[in-house]
Design a protein around this ligand. Structure first.
Ligand code: ZN
Length: 312
């Protein structure tokens, strides 16, 4: 479920992609009414994914920045280095946990971003989403500046660039896996799935203006493939009145289930076994959705957990 008030840029990018796509791919589109649990009709005929424009180019984002490792020379000060690299004093000071007046030792290494911002070292249990929330910055700005993909698995100690940030901030993890104390970001779980849609993460798991978001939203044009995140057995495939629209639920055993909402087309039936990566549905905007996307949830013993802790 996509909150366009909170994520205007992502929403606009979705719309752009959808409009440009409709020019050549949606030949036989049907609109499925939100309230009618009618027979499911195909929403597209020959959909060519290679024709979809890359959304990342449509969001205004900083260029990929570099992480500078600078060896202090005699006579250097934080200020003189910041001038030499045309960055703010805080860009150097905050990233290295020093003040702008700290005296530097010859041979000391300073790590900082080549654009104004902070170099942030990922800690145990943190996700990209947690970090973007702490810095109140679009997740896409971090991935773009750092040259990584939103679906990449972070490793502990990995250095990310938070463009525009001028203070190091505490990151709150919203991660049920972490609270078990045994599982880490880098090697989280043997239960590892894949993201069900090749699209942009437009909304993460956790608290949102409009309430608690129980899953993540992956934006992709109507008709894009939705893949089973892990091996399992389909326990539900049909219409959901609670807002999910055409929904698929897969049971993976050990108390784990995954949910795939807002589909335009369902391609598997309840009782069917599916394997990881199998196409199970087509992206749509049925139910409570204002743009085509897949709402993806992972539940453990019925309770939603952060999907980004279970996919790579
Ligand atoms: Zn959602």
């Amino acid at each position: 479920m996509l909150n366009y008030k909170k994520y205007p840029a992502a929403w606009a990018a979705c719309l752009l992609a959808v409009f440009s796509l409709s020019a050549y791919s949606i030949r036989s589109a049907y609109i499925i009414s939100k309230s009618t649990p009618a027979t499911i009709t195909p929403v597209y005929s020959d959909f060519d994914e290679s024709q979809v424009p890359s959304l990342s180019h449509r969001l205004v984002m900083p260029e990929k920045a570099k992480i500078v490792k600078y060896t202090v020379k005699s006579g250097d000060t934080v200020e003189s280095i910041s001038k030499a690299y045309s960055v703010n004093v805080s860009t150097i000071a905050e990233s290295n946990g020093i003040s702008k007046d700290s005296s530097l030792k010859e041979g000391q290494t300073l790590t900082f971003s080549s654009v104004d911002g902070i170099v942030y070292k990922v800690k145990d249990g943190e996700t990209l989403w947690d970090i973007s929330q702490a810095y109140s910055i679009e997740l896409a700005s971090i991935t773009s500046a750092s040259g990584i993909n939103p679906s990449d698995t972070l490793s502990i100690g990995q250095e990310l660039i938070i463009p525009g940030a001028d203070k190091l901030k505490a990151v709150k993890t919203n991660n049920d896996v972490k609270s078990s104390g045994t599982v880490k970001v880098a090697s989280r779980s043997s239960l590892m799935g894949i993201l069900p849609v090749k699209g942009h993460l437009t909304s993460g798991y956790g608290r949102r203006e409009d309430g608690f978001h129980k899953g993540i939203d992956l934006c992709a044009p109507t008709g894009s493939s939705v893949y089973a995140s892990m091996d399992g057995k389909v326990t539900f495939s049909g219409w959901d009145n609670g807002g999910y629209g055409y929904l698929i639920i897969i049971n993976h055993g050990n108390g784990y289930q995954t949910y795939y909402g807002h589909n335009s087309k369902l391609l598997v039936k309840a009782g069917q076994s599916v394997s990881k990566g199998q196409v199970i549905a087509a992206v749509g905007m049925t139910g409570d959705a204002s743009a085509p996307h897949c709402h993806f949830e992972v539940r453990k013993n019925g309770t939603p957990v952060n999907p980004l802790s279970y996919v790579r």
